[in-house]
Design a protein around this ligand. Structure first.
Ligand SMILES: C[S@@+](CC[C@H](N)C(=O)[O-])C[C@H]1O[C@@H](n2cnc3c(N)ncnc32)[C@H](O)[C@@H]1O
Ligand code: SF4
Ligand code: SF4
Length: 436
């Protein structure tokens, strides 16, 4: 019988992906060992007295079993509802504390885009046929998706450029659905109307549409995004609402890249999101790379003010709001416990030409940061060598972060920002205003 959970053995224990709830659940080594033993013996008392009685008391052991039953990981008859993937590289993963594969892959499919955003990090727009030939083919993309699934990577976020501009995009979505992958799309939505019917006809299921909005008037849209498509955006947002009737599990996220030209419009952004019934609203400060020029950057004083405005907005709306900025909350700890953000450790980016990078922001420094290219290596080969790169090996780092109460969660923030500003990966995220 098909199991509900897919298990990956990891240096810290294991990671289970729940195919029903579509989420990962991490377990430490002891918990993983209990699960493994349950697959051999169904007598849970025997397992306890054989392996765990010298480690923890019976009550905590039983509570864990009950929790696992409640989550559906262990069935009522104590059989295991998990299919563990084979992992022959555990020794290497343990030594370098790397995951067997990322949790989420940002897959940029093309540099083609109908817009010309002033801030676009990937310089997307029209592409010449000679360059288009370098982009990964439909067959290669399918091969990569299949490999990712086999490695237990279930979150795939398609972007670009404009992913809807990629030939066969609907077939790529269909293939991802067939593989049971959880699909996120990052799009301007400008050409969505062309594909809407095909999406419905093929019963395509998307977990999240992240729509880059950036401006909420025709004049500002043209100024920031370089084309007069604001009315088109509004029409396509109506179509997206129809898609939601077809797939009520989809989440609609409006995204704004904040820069000098638009940061004063935050209240209008919230009104717009409410008017179009977005589920989520997210903001990220502009990264100065690609087409983004320094005059668009936001100072730390402005970022601090934005933080206050966003916190006030959170109190007066039902929409979930996120601001991708440091500091994060005190007291939380993520899966990655080294220095810096999770880019290259829990997530990574695949460029339209097949380069694997810690994140898309590094695309303009790919000679230094590319882990490898999927045209001549498998994803697994590339990922297992990530530990060789400096960004995955930062041991001596900013003393300000070492002393900081936010460190457990923040870990020093974005590595791209440190590199972009100081030409070094060891400094705290320069947008952090907590420590001078
Ligand atoms: C390059 S776009 C590709 C997908 C699609 N065309 C879009 O705009 O959503 C991927 C994401 O990066 C964001 N982005 C682009 N340039 C950026 C920059 N310089 N700083 C921060 N985010 C940026 C966009 O807003 C979008 O959410
Ligand atoms: S940010 Fe997205 S919509 Fe804007 S030019 Fe770049 S790829 Fe196109
Ligand atoms: S000092 Fe470092 S750890 Fe603390 S909030 Fe700033 S970037 Fe994060």
């Amino acid at each position: 019988m098909k199991k509900r959970f897919i298990g990956r053995l990891e240096y810290f224990g294991s990671l289970l992906f729940d195919l029903e709830r579509k989420e990962y659940i991490p377990f430490d080594k002891d918990a993983t060992s209990i699960l493994f033993n349950i697959s051999n013996f169904k007598d849970i008392d025997e397992i306890y007295y054989r392996y765990f009685s010298n480690k923890f008391n019976y009550l905590s052991y039983k509570s864990f079993i009950q929790l696992a039953q409640y989550l559906g990981i262990i069935n009522d008859d104590y059989s295991l509802n998990v299919e563990f993937l084979v992992n022959e590289e555990l020794e290497l993963l343990n030594e370098y504390k790397i995951l067997s594969a990322p949790l989420k892959v940002y897959f940029a499919l093309t540099y083609s885009c109908p817009l010309r955003c002033k801030h676009c990090f990937s310089n997307s727009g029209d592409i010449e046929d000679s360059l288009k030939k370098n982009e990964l083919s439909f067959e290669k993309i399918k091969e990569i998706l299949k490999e990712l699934k086999e490695l237990g990577v279930y979150y795939i976020s398609f972007g670009g450029g404009e992913p809807f501009d990629k030939d066969n995009f609907i077939q790529i979505l269909k293939y991802s659905n067939d593989l049971n992958l959880v699909v996120f799309i990052s799009t301007s939505l400008i050409t969505f109307d062309k594909y809407y019917q095909e999406i419905i006809d093929n019963n395509i299921k998307i977990k999240e549409f992240k729509i880059s909005i950036d401006a909420v008037s025709s004049r500002d849209y043209l100024n920031i995004k370089g084309r007069s498509y604001f009315d088109k955006l509004k029409n396509n947002l109506k179509l997206l609402k129809m898609y939601k009737e077809f797939n009520n599990e989809v989440s609609i996220r409006f995204h704004f890249v904040l820069n000098k030209l638009n940061y004063n419009d935050l209240p209008a952004f919230l009104n717009f999101a409410e008017q179009y019934e977005a589920d989520k609203l997210s903001f990220s400060p502009i990264f100065i790379t690609g087409r983004a020029t320094k005059d668009l950057a936001l100072s730390n004083e402005i970022l601090k003010k934005i933080d206050t405005v966003i916190n006030n907005m959170k109190e007066r709306t039902r929409i979930e709001i996120e601001f991708f900025n440091v500091p994060l909350e005190v007291g939380k700890t993520g899966l990655y416990t080294g220095f810096g953000c999770g880019c290259g450790k829990t997530v990574c980016y695949i460029s339209p030409y097949g380069d694997v990078l810690p994140s898309g922001m590094f695309i303009n420094y790919k000679e230094k940061f590319s882990y490898g290219n999927l045209k001549n290596s498998s994803f697994k080969q590339i990922w297992l060598n990530t530990y060789l790169k400096e960004i995955n090996n930062i041991s001596e780092y900013d003393t300000r972060c070492k002393e900081c109460e936010y460190f457990d969660n923040c870990r020093g923030g974005c590595r791209f920002r440190s590199f972009n500003e100081f030409n070094s990966l060891i400094y705290k995220d320069p947008t952090c205003y907590i420590k001078k």
